[in-house]
Write a protein that binds this ligand. Structure first.
Ligand code: ADP
Ligand code: MG
Length: 438
């Protein structure tokens, strides 16, 4: 049988121009690769103990250089030999990381991010030339890989002091519409690290004009990966307020992790108050979606049904790939399973709030009840079974909010009908001639 030959040039062109919607993600991809490279060496440290390295020795560095219009990302991870450079960066869709993951499958705590062998090439979305200097751990020689994109690449020996990889991006020239030099601004870089790579497990540092900014740019430990028992309520509340820009503590925190057909951590919040624009077209539902702590999408709408659109929060799953487009994600089976689980979880949390914290639930219902009621009516009533036990109605007899179940359980013997009136408020409904009649 004959083998297909990949049209590398066209593939690369496709890669650079179509896979990603936002070119800023190139930084996320390079940082994720650096983190993978450090992981690999770190695991070797753990399993062989022969490296003489400590966990604290590892870090990722970002260095913007406005004068030369370069952005350098370096790591002190496993590095690459000449052959590895050739294999991993010379072949599109070849992932050294996926191989590593397969070889070490039985080991716990492996959190390698890469697997598709395409992320690296996102560097060409912003660069006219990419230079990679790399020295494999334990090797004497270093090599330089260089490419301007579709034209091909060169590899030659070079000098490099210590193991690891240094990637130098020569940014494209600015045009009227494209300002590549924004990626040389400390502020932009800090924000991008915060946005996408905040939970990379090794410190990300930035050298600015030869003086290092104090400390790492990233938080490193995601709160949702911590043990529930070790997290204080205030910690959740602070996280919520910072991350989702609310002034008020959430009414409820739902923190859950699951393994099995879908492995994920979810941290969900029910806001104490409906956002100003909640009942308008401007409101955008969705949860943040992470793959192994790296942000894939800020508002993944597919994770929430409309009737639970008030939920804020995030999902982190190692089953989801980083290099996935919005369109592909919509058809992702894993994502559907997760969404289904979350819906059940949210519903059961609301039910337990209803039976155990009645006052709180009524407050919740004041804010978001309309959305639930609309959910019952929406899609020709398809969701009414899910939602009916979550609804509250004002009872004219009892002068308070009751559920349908409660109403039925207290119904007078022989009562055949339940009358239900809609209106602006209870007063108005009381004054309806129909109400007086019954
Ligand atoms: P993926 O990360 O999905 O495997 P990439 O295109 O991002 O794909 O990278 C391709 C391969 O190049 C990686 O699998 C890894 O083997 C190698 N690689 C990339 N960056 C580095 C780095 N900083 N250090 C060591 N190896 C790297
Ligand atoms: Mg990668």
């Amino acid at each position: 049988m004959k083998q297909f030959k990949a049209e590398s040039k066209r593939l690369l062109d496709l890669m650079i121009n179509s896979i990603y919607t936002h070119r800023e993600i190139f930084l996320r991809e390079l940082i994720s690769n650096a983190s993978d490279a450090i992981d690999k060496l770190y695991y070797r440290t753990l399993s062989d103990g022969d490296t003489g390295l400590n966990r604290d020795d590892f870090c990722i560095n970002i260095l913007p250089d406005k004068e030369n219009r370069t952005l350098t990302i370096s790591d002190n991870g496993c590095g690459m030999t000449k052959e590895e450079l050739e294999n991993n960066l010379g072949t599109i869709a070849k992932s050294g990381s996926l191989n590593f993951k397969k070889e070490n499958e039985q080991k716990e705590d492996i959190e390698i991010i890469g697997q598709f062998g395409v992320g690296f090439y996102s560097a060409f979305m912003v660069s006219e030339k990419v230079t990679v200097l790399s020295k494999a751990f334990g090797s004497e020689e270093a090599s330089k890989w260089e490419s301007t994109g579709t034209a091909g690449y060169t590899i030659e020996p070079c000098e490099k002091e210590s193991h690891g990889t240094t990637i130098i991006l020569k940014l494209k020239p600015d045009t009227e519409d494209n300002h590549y030099d924004e990626f040389l601004e400390t502020y932009t870089l800090q924000n991008l690290v915060k946005k996408y790579s905040d939970y990379i497990r090794y410190p990300i540092k930035m050298d600015v004009e030869k003086s290092r900014l104090k400390g790492g740019l990233n938080s490193m430990v995601p709160i949702w990966r911590k043990n529930k028992n070790e997290i204080k309520e205030e910690e959740y509340n602070e996280f919520y307020k910072n991350k989702f820009m609310d002034y008020t503590d959430p009414a409820k925190v739902i923190h859950s992790s699951t393994e099995g057909t879908a492995t994920y951590n979810a941290l969900l919040f029910i806001p104490a108050r409906a956002p100003m624009n909640f009942y308008t077209k401007d409101y955008e539902k969705g949860l943040q979606l992470y793959s192994n702590g790296v942000l894939i999408m800020d508002k993944c709408a597919d994770l929430l049904p409309d009737y639970f659109s008030f939920i804020r929060g995030l999902v982190d799953s190692q089953d989801l790939s980083l290099n996935i487009s919005r369109e592909m994600l919509q058809h992702d089976r894993q994502l559907k399973i997760i969404a289904g689980r979350l819906e059940k979880k949210i519903k059961s949390e609301l039910e337990s709030m209803l039976s155990n914290e009645r006052e709180k639930y009524e407050e919740f219902f004041k804010n978001f009840g309309l959305q639930l009621k609309y959910g019952v009516y929406q899609d020709f009533g398809a969701h009414k079974d899910v939602l009916q036990d979550l609804l509250l109605f004002y009872s004219s007899g009892e002068k308070k909010l009751v559920t349908l179940k409660e109403y039925v359980s207290r119904m007078k013997e022989g009562q055949k009908f339940i009358y239900y009136a809609c209106g602006e408020n209870v007063d108005r409904v009381d004054k309806l001639p129909q109400t007086e009649a019954v």
